[in-house]
Write a protein that binds this ligand. Sequence first.
Ligand code: ADP
Ligand code: MG
Length: 469
Amino acid sequence: MGMAIANKNAGKAGEVLWEKVLDILEKKVAQTTFNPWMLSLKPAQPLDEPADVMVLASDQAFGIQVLQKKYLEDISDAIFEVTGVRHKIELTFEPSDVKKTKKRAVVEKSEQAVLMEKQIEQLKQMHSFCGLNLKYTFDNFVVGENSKFAYTAARAVAEAPGQKYNPLFIYGSVGIGKTHLMQAIGHHVMTNFSNLKIKYTKAEEFMNQLIDCLKMGGDTNARMKKFRDMYRSVDILLIDDIQFIEGKKRTEEEIFNTFDTLFHAGKQIVFASDRPISAFSQTPERLKSRYEWGLSVDITVPDYETRVAIIEKYAERSGFQISREISEFLASVYDKNVRELEGAYNRVSAWASIKGEKLTIEKAKEVLGCTLIRKKITPKDVIEAAAGYFDLTTSEITGAGRSKEISIARQIAIYLSREITELSFPALAKDFKKNHTTILYCWEKVKKELKTNTKLEAQVKEVELAIRS
Ligand code: ADP
Ligand code: MG
């Protein structure tokens, strides 16, 4: 029975066995930041647990989480090695004053406690030095079809920095998780390879630091050296919003040299950008080719189901109850940008917790304000609005009539449908009962004429107003 060593009543023999377990563990996971947590483990009494479960207690609440996540298997293996029995391991938190058994143990613990505090302090400092936000972890990221590839690549990089995709270039529109994924790499590396140095920076910040170096009087060279050393001595460099420095020659030059130094030393570089590499028209070719060396992955807007999952994840994390109806409502309204979706969730959940009231769908709508609610506009809505404005019927707009008024109404409806719904021309062709070349032709015609025809411009604006009101 496994409890032999886990039971404090097991006496000397149990103690010896437990020391052996710790010995094995120590060798196996030595050199890691989390080693002290391992040592803080104490075998605990099983109470009425089944005999194949071994309960281990520690007074390090945070340490338990780390052990649970990273080292459960190692612990189980070590116990197996010593006892020859495979136990299911359970870790529990037990405040330190509950169990002051032997003097030796107490002394050992307080030394460990001091070490632990140091480690935690170090971790905090590392986070702020690295520029990482603790919220942006892989665990907190909801993977959808839109981000599957980027997520997989980011994970691969985090698990073997400098070895797989170098650089990793993540791109996509605003507010859809680029920074989150990028920081998750940093976070993962920090937890799993505590000896590696990580630096996250926004390209803009990098540029400002460079400018500061150059503009201050005195020893510019010494300052530049310090600046360069800081970026070139890291094992992982995460540079966000790289599009910001496009065409800024001096900064691009500096990034180029930093890249080469790190790359040749086998260090990992990750870039994030709001546009693909091909769109960097003002960046010198040689830097562009560096961006392209590794792997370039895009993230797109998450689909509806993923958006619902994201909201439910937020709710779960903060222990907030949200009905499916409300998360579906939020997901359908905020369909372009996860940051906005998150903002909406934050507003409704904050309302509920401040008021202490249950959140209903009506309340959610009220809290978000009607003006903020963007109903999904369809070509049908546009056709109706255009018909109303020109005093026609909707079937006249989708019909074959060629009178001047009908033609203009139809062209405006087609143009606005394309602009507002972003549907493809073939998709619009169905709604307008035309072939898609006709749709394309109308759209181009209006687009072109709008540049010079103010009457048309006014009509388009008024129809659009009618659609949105
Ligand atoms: P970007 O850098 O692409 O502009 P961010 O990474 O800053 O966007 O994401 C905006 C917000 O949305 C962040 O708070 C982030 O945590 C959240 N977010 C984005 N994508 C996801 C996702 N897939 N799962 C959970 N949260 C996400
Ligand atoms: Mg970002």
